[in-house]
Design a protein around this ligand. Structure first.
Ligand code: DWN
Length: 415
């Protein structure tokens, strides 16, 4: 990022149809960048806060942020590594098998992963004897992946970088993008980049948190500056058609609170039956109407009210409460509900990088999970609610000793 590059840009047009009349239906900010964890020596220094306003486009049904925070702020030295849970591992194994069968993929084919992180997903293709190539803007992660045998190009994926990669590495039979498509500032450029890099019979397979799940389960804390777009399938269908590609498949999965896997062919093709069914559902359930989003923001406000009142009530009874998991979404929840160390004594998390640090904005200390057994607090607020089953199973001892978990979405309740 150069001194001339603005840190925050107001996004005045729909990222899909370029409509200017966007409706802001929810304001969650300002908040710090969600993965901007602090070292002890930083907690008294000034922190940067960024807007977090969410818009709906009545023209195409797109949901997006009203501001873009410069990618360098969030992705240059990135701490999120997906290989931290069995849930994610199992899901990626299923994705690899799907891609191998759907493409189909053989030993001479190239699979490219955009936003390849530490190479976790590509290792599953390498094991099947398939050629792989990672693309990731985070220097730290690109080095880790390359050192572990997953060649990774340290760059952002754009049409320009795709042209260079196609020249140097050849065409890809499959391009993957898990939890990256919703992050890119220009989905049109992303699709043109995929068309450039894909072989003529190639497939682009993207996965992202699904808007319908976000709305149905009030997962408002998954809205943060890293994610510019909150995709339903309807705007993606318009995008695919504009780029003369084919929307061949769309399938829902439970990971990350509910995700959608969309398969797009480089060549035009009829809309797949699974995709058409979801498009019909989105229309019939009102996801293309503004009132649906006004109702959602009322549900979010209710969660903030119910959670803060429950925690205050428990604290007034002398109970000790901690947080479980320090995900990006947890920082949105804490900052939006103004929950700090006056309420949560600390947070436990399995990622070593986060341990010993403090949450951005709320300055709650983060410890290894073992502290829960050592300290025996009364309640643990599940900030990483998308891993609730895995966590509760792992912490059977905490529950047997009388500890209780608190869930915040889709409604506030003590488990
Ligand atoms: O799009 C993104 C989503 C998919 O993942 C990325 N841009 C950022 C990231 O969001 P996140 O930080 O909310 O990811 P997770 O994987 O939902 O975070 C889970 C957190 O919980 C991690 O910090 C690890 C922690 N955890 C734990 O302490 N014990 C997780 C498990 C499974 C556990 O048992």
């Amino acid at each position: 990022m150069t001194p001339q590059t603005p840190e925050v840009v107001h996004l005045k047009n729909c990222l899909i149809c370029h409509n200017k009349d966007l409706l802001i239906f929810l304001k969650l900010g300002p908040t710090p960048a969600p993965n901007a964890f602090l070292a002890a020596e930083q907690i008294n220094a000034a922190e940067k806060y960024y807007p977090l306003d969410v818009c709906f486009c009545p023209e195409c049904g797109m949901v997006q942020l009203a501001h873009i925070v410069n990618a360098e702020v969030m992705f240059k030295d990135y701490v999120y590594i997906p290989s931290t849970s069995k849930t994610t591992d199992d899901h990626f194994s299923g994705l690899a098998q799907y891609a191998i069968q759907k493409a189909p993929l053989g030993a001479t084919d190239l699979v490219v992963d955009v936003g390849s992180n530490d190479g976790f997903l590509l290792k599953k293709f390498l094991k099947s004897g398939i050629k792989v190539l990672g693309i990731d803007p985070a220097e730290n992660l690109a080095k880790i992946a390359t050192a572990e045998g997953i060649e990774t190009i340290n760059t952002y994926f754009t049409q320009a970088s795709a042209e260079k990669i196609a020249r140097e590495k050849g065409k890809a039979k499959v391009i993957l993008g898990t939890n990256v498509f919703a992050h890119v500032p220009d989905p049109h450029d992303f699709l043109e980049g995929a068309k450039t890099l894909l072989a003529n019979d190639g497939l682009l397979i993207v996965e992202f948190p699904y808007l319908v799940d976000l709305m149905d389960k009030v997962e408002f804390d998954t809205i943060y500056q890293e994610h510019l777009s909150y995709f339903g399938l309807s705007p993606i269908a318009k995008l695919v058609q504009q780029h003369n590609m084919g929307l061949v498949d769309a399938t829902r999965f439970p990971v990350h609170g509910g995700s959608l896997r969309v398969t797009i062919s480089r060549k035009p093709a009829p809309i797949g039956a699974g995709a058409q069914a979801l498009l019909d559902m989105e229309s019939s359930r009102g996801f293309l109407k503004p009132e649906t989003y006004q109702l959602f923001s009322q549900k979010v406000e209710k969660i903030r009210h119910d959670l803060t009142h429950l925690l205050w009530e428990l604290k007034s009874q002398g109970k000790r409460i901690v947080g479980y998991g320090a995900p990006a979404k947890g920082n949105v929840m804490l900052n939006y509900c103004r929950i700090g160390s006056e309420t949560l004594d600390y947070i436990v998390d399995s990622i070593s990088y986060k341990q010993g640090k403090y949450t951005p904005g709320t300055h709650i200390p983060i410890y290894p999970e073992s502290k829960l057994q050592e300290d025996r607090p009364d309640y643990a607020l599940l900030l990483a609610w998308n891993f609730a089953d895995e966590i509760i199973k792992k912490q059977d001892g905490f529950k047997k000793a009388g500890g209780q978990f608190i869930l915040s979405v889709p409604e506030v309740k003590i488990l």
